[in-house]
Design a protein around this ligand. Sequence first.
Ligand code: TXA
Ligand code: MG
Length: 342
Amino acid sequence: MDKSVDNLSTTRSILEAAERIKKNEVVAFPTETVYGLGANACSDEAVKRIFEAKGRPVDNPLIVHIASFNQLNGVVRHIPETAKKLMERFWPGPLTLILPKGERISQYATAGLQTIGVRMPDHPVALALIEAANLPIAAPSANRSGKPSPTAAEHVLTDLNGKIAGVIDAGSAGIGVESTVIECKGDQITILRPGGITQSELEEVLSKENVHEYKPSKTAAPKSPGMKYTHYSPDAPVYLIDATAEDMQQVIDKEKANGKRVGVLTTEEKKHCYHADYVVACGERSNLFTVAEQLYSALRTFDDQHVDIILSETFPKEGIGEAIMNRLEKAAVKENPSIGEP
Ligand code: TXA
Ligand code: MG
């Protein structure tokens, strides 16, 4: 991916987009993770427009994007030492910190919470846009609520054309899954959403005992409100098949015998193993970063293929595999078709 901002038309569209952000309009822009749907984080009117355009539940807070450490003034109230350490190591980059909310930010951006998610994206277009607007920019992923996040400008237009003031097209986003969201309490952190920064990268900076995985409780409300909603779902139901290629083929055959048009999500290594109506190779299993990069665009292609059911392979929950499986598990329906039954 070419990340330089040397193209005059890109520069023009960044300046044009910054003007629209200043007028409290919503504009989609690329980040190093996925495309974001940005608006002035200090304006109630602008932030409400994001929720309307996406059809996002109003109790699901947004991440605020900044371009410099100075911009933290008024965005957050207080920065614990541990958070400072992580910002210095991982910003700009795909790490969102949940911190006490500052007074400049609209209460709609945080869905009324007293905390705020904040990150400095590692993409020259995103940084240039925030600088040109000279405002903190609230931005969720630029998809219609419930759909896979957009990793290209055309995905944004598929979902939101006519509902937003524009999109800056800078090719495909890099990492392909969203930022890691963490909560900081003293010197302890909890990973609320696995993402672009892996648990072991966090453990390199803090010690292992200080990094916790979030285990949702069956009774208490989720810590990250976004966790309770359906996510990343193509039109057809997704089933995760944790089995050998032969077992997967049996499930495919059974569904085909039921008259279903079957789609399969696999990788380059195994794409020749399956006979189905539509098979998509999503990167290489030997390099899970390529799977992350292609995951959302692969999920979106099933909608164009009009399949009735999607069967997906599973991946090891290690490194970036944690984020991949987190998204696939959220995209999937809970009960699986039984494997190996006649
Ligand atoms: O990579 C990313 O993070 C992308 C790009 C555009 O920056 N953004 C993104 O935003 O994924 P969104 O809105 O799709 O996801 C934000 C997540 C949600 O799960 C939300 O519940 C959580 O962050 N979140 C935001 N503020 C929070 C808060 N104060 N406390 C707990 N969770 C919060
Ligand atoms: Mg999202």
